[in-house]
Write a protein that binds this ligand. Sequence first.
Ligand SMILES: [Zn+2]
Length: 336
Amino acid sequence: MMEVKVKGVSYFGVRSPKHVLADMADIKAAGFNAVLHTWSEEDQQYYYGTMKKIVDSSANLGLKVYVNPWGIGRVFGGEAYSELTARDHSMCQVALDGKPKVAACPSNPKFSEYMHKWIETVCNTAVDTIFWDEPHFYFEKGGLSNWSCRCPVCCAKFRQRFGYDMPAAPFDEMQQDQARDVLQFREDSLIDFLKEMTEDVHARGKRNCVCMLPPWFPAGLDDWSKVARLESVDEVASDPYWEKGATEEWVREKYAETARKLTDVAKQFGKDVQMWIKAYQIEAGRENDLAIAVEESRKAAIDNIFAWSYRGTETLSWLKSDNPDAVAKAFRTALK
Ligand SMILES: [Zn+2]
């Protein structure tokens, strides 16, 4: 079995450097050599010095540090509030129903401006890799019928590129070629955004990893080769987390399938690969699912494996696992 070279967990929710460092020492002692710290809008606005201390001292301990824009603009994943669109409604994504959503549009120049400042701030620490976590267009659980984004920026760009107004219909009611145009437009918008951001990060001497939502989410980013092809992207990742109640077979199949999809595009473009293992909301007695997910990733020769999150996500009660000790142990053992 392929040796796992980069072993990490994500970490969030504690902003006291003293306590964070005790946990970092614990993470290191458990055999990990990497950590992902979340950096939300709140961190950016109110905790900059604290976050710098947390990132720098984690790196000093010898941990390779990843940082993600946690829930920022709700363009990225994460249980963090976003205030950007409340302060400036013109940044909102607009869905097919014509309503502005609590999500910034990745094509809005004001959102880009915010992200460049975020990049500048975070890259001014000992961070190793910026982790672009699940970049996506706004969607509601249940699918694509009320799709985004039809904000004025997107509508104008679409018209300019295709020469007709962006269709205002659910995808299954559009003419086929128009649906194809809209899907391609959404995908290219996310790629343009990622290209601009990852190039900024590279110019500051840091690495980029892009984590793509698994294929069954309507994120808008279906062709992973478009991400892997970007020169400024060093690593591609995914997080095919199972829902509570999924069977072991589901876990095995989806991890195998996603690992294959990732390694295929990575090989094609010479990029590194990272896999994320679900370590939240794990029911008592189902800790072995982590071992299955790790096993399928290792079978695909993935040597960079992280869990979301530290100790079964015990501090976030909404997502906490029944038995944090057992989850932590299952992950540690599977990486050996
Ligand atoms: Zn838009």
